[in-house]
Write a protein that binds this ligand. Structure first.
Ligand SMILES: Nc1ncnc2c1ncn2[C@@H]1O[C@H](COP(=O)(O)OP(=O)(O)O)[C@@H](O)[C@H]1O
Ligand SMILES: [Mg+2]
Length: 234
């Protein structure tokens, strides 16, 4: 069974009397272990699409199945728990807590899942080591470069071994070199079997994925495999 299935997804935003239909009936499947890039011009609906399928927002209508759960049958609490325990998120602005160190930023969501401090600490530290930041554990976000902040947010997203990693333009605020480092990390975790759904503007990075889904004006206008052969899991 697909890890994500979206059927006839519609999202309308209301602003007073004005209604804007941003997603106009999307159908989409993602398989376990797949790396999918979502492309399209600014305003096409990419972020809105990602927010609905990753349970960060409530669609106007349509169906979403994620890891065999029907989103319609989940209470708001179920969704919060599912996001915390099973999904990982990376945003273009890193979304780190400025008063917490890199280690604490990664540790807090693990502790919110009920893990004790010692084992949360071990997990957080090893997640930061995995992204090459073992030497930056006690730095505040303001003491880290943009690339290091984004790698911290990736460590936070991966620390609990999520079923799916969602990323919305993870390299949008990064220079070329940091962007490449971040994309290398995505390649590595994907090789280890991580399912990834990544919104990006960059052709160069979308080509790293196995599939590119292109949105325009709230509709999927293209859904193509790239030349990349899917990674075989042992
Ligand atoms: N909360 C919101 N309220 C009203 N309109 C919104 C909201 N979020 C997004 N939109 C509109 O939906 C459209 C798609 O936005 P978005 O999904 O952010 O596009 P993309 O990520 O492709 O640039 C845009 O026209 C945007 O203005
Ligand atoms: Mg966006």
């Amino acid at each position: 069974m697909a890890i994500i299935e979206v059927k006839n997804l519609i999202k309308t935003f209301k602003d007073g009397d004005k209604e804007t239909r941003v997603l106009k009936g999307l159908n989409f499947l993602a398989e376990h272990g797949e790396w999918i890039a979502i492309m399209g011009r600014s305003g096409a609906g990419k972020s809105t699409f990602m927010y609905q399928m990753s349970l960060l927002d409530e669609p106007t209508s349509g169906e979403i199945f994620i890891d065999s759960h029907d989103a319609h049958n989940m209470t708001p609490d179920d969704k919060t728990n599912f996001r915390l325990n099973q999904l990982g998120y990376v945003f273009q602005d890193y979304a780190l807590i400025p008063d917490l160190t890199a280690l604490e930023n990664v540790l807090v969501p693990i502790m919110m899942q009920g893990e004790d401090k010692v084992s949360a600490h071990t997990k957080a530290k090893s997640a930061l080591e995995r992204v090459g930041l073992g030497h930056r554990l006690n730095n505040l976000p303001s003491q880290l470069s943009g690339g290091e902040q984004q790698r911290t947010s990736i460590a936070r997203a991966l620390a609990h071994d999520p079923k799916i990693l969602f990323a919305d333009e993870p390299t949008a605020n990064l220079d070329n070199e940091s962007s490449k480092t971040v994309m290398k990390l995505f390649e590595e975790v994907h090789k280890q079997g991580q399912t990834i759904v990544m919104v990006t503007h960059e052709e160069e990075y979308s080509r790293l994925a196995e599939r590119v889904v292109t949105l325009d004006d709230g509709q999927i206008i293209k859904d193509e495999k790239t030349h990349k052969t899917p990674h075989k899991h042992s």
